[in-house]
Structures are given as structure tokens and as C-alpha cells.
Design a protein around this ligand. Structure first.
Ligand code: ADP
Ligand code: MG
Length: 227
């Protein structure tokens, strides 16, 4: 006889352990990163000059993997409240602009009027960042990511559209998107979209992906309007 309560309890314990271990691993990583950065300054050692950026990159990658897994392990009790979505979008865009300009990607934001949604600020930021980051990573030759927000008072929804002009996805790739560990990137974790879908669903919203190979991808997020 399958005992659901015991199953749920075990999952939570594993999640808590994962979070605790991840937390413990992060501290020494931060320390090592600091030391490498310190000794690479003014060094005359050729090897150290050459390899320290690689060491730092790999440490950052380790940190990223831990961050992504932590998102999964975290218990999620969120209260849906009134969130002024325009401010959140503007913050996220400002935060990601440096990452974009690194690969010649610009981010533009358009909103007809300010509106609020039912949501959780942390969940919103995390999910929007995951989507926009994927857009940036899909535009290796640069370009513009258009983020638009529309308010539909009749349906009581707020629609956020994130449109990139990146490499796009095949039908098959689109179907795998959101499955755990599905990634086409050498440094990907394949967790971002799964987390995004889960977080948006927790806010009673929906996510839709549309993509054409070589043309780009459009992600449409729909949330409940807070009237
Ligand atoms: P990761 O970014 O770590 O690979 P994700 O779950 O965020 O994991 O994405 C999974 C895969 O879906 C990516 O590796 C990529 O192949 C594809 N993908 C997601 N978003 C886009 C996009 N905007 N354009 C093209 N491909 C995308
Ligand atoms: Mg991603």
C-alpha cells in the first residue's frame, strides 16, 4: 500500500538536506574564489594569468548549479499578494542589461499602463530572469529582446511577452523544453525552464512558448490582474 504522507515527508527531508549541503559548499567556494582573485592580481606567473579566468569561470558555474538546485529544494509556501509588475520588470531588465551587453543584446520594455498582478515578488523575479537569460543566451550574434506588457481588464489578466530574435528551437526541442536536465548548452543545467513553469503555475499563471528555428522565440506569461 502506497503511503503518500511518508513519501511527501521523505522528499522534504531530501530537499532540506540538499539545501543544507549546497549552503555549506557555497562558503568554501566563495573563499577559494576570493583567494584566486587576490593572487592573480599583479602576478608574473604566466600559467596563473592564463588559467585563473578559467578557474573563476568553473567556480561560478559550480555556484550556478547550486543556485539552480536550491531553487528546486526550497520549500515553497508563498502568499500571493498585490505586486506592481512594471517595477519588477524594470528592475529585472536593469539587472540583466550588463549580461546582455556582454553579447551585444539590448533589452527594451514597453507597457501601455501600469498594472498589478497576484503574485510573489521572489517567484516573479526568478521566473522572469530565467526566461530573459535564455533569450540572451539564444542570441549569440546580439540583437534586441522585446519585453511588452499588456493588461486585459475584460479577462482579468496581465500578459508579459518576451520576444527574442535568437536561434530558435525545433519542434523536438520545444517539446523537451521544461523537462528536468534538458539542455543544449555546454554550461547549462536544464533546470531553468522547469523552475519557471513551476513558479508561474504556483502563481496560478500560464507560460506558453512559440519558436521558429533561425527566427527566434516568444515566451508569453499570463498572470492574474489585481484589480
Ligand atoms: P538551460 O538554460 O540551463 O539550458 P533551460 O531549462 O532554461 O535550461 O532551457 C532548456 C533548453 O531549452 C536550452 O538549453 C535551449 O536549448 C532551449 N531554450 C530555452 N529557451 C530558449 C530560447 N529563448 N531560444 C532558444 N532555445 C531556448
Ligand atoms: Mg536557462
Amino acid at each position: 500500500q502506497f503511503d503518500e504522507m511518508v513519501y511527501v515527508d521523505k522528499l522534504t527531508t531530501i530537499g532540506q538536506m540538499a539545501a543544507a549541503i549546497a549552503h555549506e559548499i557555497r562558503n568554501p567556494i566563495t573563499t577559494v574564489r576570493g583567494f584566486i582573485q587576490y593572487i592573480q592580481q599583479d602576478t608574473k606567473d604566466e600559467n596563473l594569468r592564463k588559467f585563473s579566468p578559467l578557474i573563476l569561470d568553473e567556480l561560478d558555474r559550480t555556484n550556478k548549479i547550486i543556485t539552480d538546485y536550491l531553487q528546486l529544494a526550497k520549500p515553497h509556501h508563498h502568499e500571493l499578494t498585490k505586486i506592481e509588475i512594471d517595477g519588477v520588470l524594470e528592475d529585472i531588465i536593469e539587472l540583466l542589461k550588463p549580461l546582455g551587453s556582454y553579447s551585444n543584446v539590448t533589452l527594451t520594455y514597453e507597457s501601455e499602463e501600469k498594472s498589478s498582478v497576484y503574485g510573489d515578488i521572489a517567484l516573479l523575479k526568478q521566473s522572469l530572469m530565467n526566461v530573459i537569460k535564455n533569450g540572451i543566451e539564444a542570441m549569440e550574434d546580439g540583437g534586441d529582446i522585446q519585453i511588452t506588457k499588456k493588461t486585459n481588464y475584460v479577462n482579468g489578466t496581465v500578459i508579459i511577452v518576451i520576444k527574442d530574435a535568437g536561434k530558435g528551437m525545433t519542434e523536438e526541442e520545444l517539446q523537451h523544453l521544461g523537462l528536468p536536465f534538458y539542455t543544449t548548452k555546454s554550461k547549462g543545467t536544464g533546470l531553468g525552464s522547469m523552475i519557471t513553469n513551476r513558479l508561474i503555475r504556483e502563481m496560478k499563471g500560464t507560460v506558453e512558448y512559440e519558436s521558429e528555428i533561425g527566427k527566434g522565440t516568444t515566451v508569453t506569461i499570463s498572470l492574474h490582474l489585481f484589480q
